[in-house]
Design a protein around this ligand. Structure first.
Ligand code: HEM
Length: 121
C-alpha cells in the first residue's frame, strides 16, 4: 500500500470527531488555496474589458456554477468556524470543551448552510 493508501486507511480506521474535523480542515484549507487560482484566473478577464469580464463571470451563472459557489461557501464557513475553535482551544486552554465547541460550530454551520441555500439558489 502506498503512502496515500496508508493515510486513508489510518483515517478510516480511527474515525472520531477529532480526526474527522482535522481531515476536513485540511481538505477545506487545500481546496481554498486551489479555489484562489480559479478566482484570480476568472477575475483576470477584467483586462479584456467590460464585455470580456462579464462573459467570464457569466460562465458560473448556471446550476453547476451555483452548486460550486455553495460548496465554496460551506468550505469557507467550516474552515472559518473550525479555525476559530482551534484558536480558542489553544489560546484559552479550552481542550476539555473542544468537542462541545465543535458541535456548536456544526450547529452554526447548519444554520449558515440553510441561509446559503436561500442566498445562492
Ligand atoms: C476564514 C478565516 C480562516 C481561519 C479562521 C483559518 C484558520 C486556520 C487555522 C487555525 C489553521 C491551523 C489548523 C491547525 O492548527 O490544525 C488553518 C490551517 C490552514 N488554512 Fe486556514 N483559516 C482561514 C482561512 C483560510 C483560507 C482563506 C485559506 C486558503 C486560501 C486557508 C488555508 C489553510 C490551509 C491550507 C491550512 C493548513 C491545513 C492543515 O495543516 O491541516 N485558510 N487555518
Amino acid at each position: 500500500m502506498g503512502i496515500f493508501g496508508r493515510i486513508i486507511n489510518d483515517i478510516l480506521w480511527n474515525l472520531n470527531t477529532s480526526i474527522s474535523s482535522f481531515t476536513l480542515h485540511r481538505i477545506t484549507g487545500i481546496a481554498l488555496v486551489l479555489f484562489l487560482f480559479l478566482h484570480v484566473w476568472t477575475l483576470s478577464a477584467v483586462f479584456q474589458g467590460v464585455e470580456g469580464f462579464e462573459k467570464a463571470v457569466s460562465k458560473f451563472n448556471n446550476p453547476l456554477g451555483h452548486a460550486m459557489e455553495y460548496t465554496l461557501f460551506l468550505a469557507v464557513t467550516f474552515h472559518l468556524l473550525n479555525g476559530l475553535r482551534i484558536t480558542l482551544v489553544e489560546f484559552l486552554a479550552l481542550a476539555p470543551q473542544q468537542e462541545r465547541l465543535l458541535w456548536a460550530g456544526l450547529v452554526v454551520l447548519s444554520i449558515m448552510g440553510i441561509y446559503g441555500v436561500i442566498l445562492i439558489f
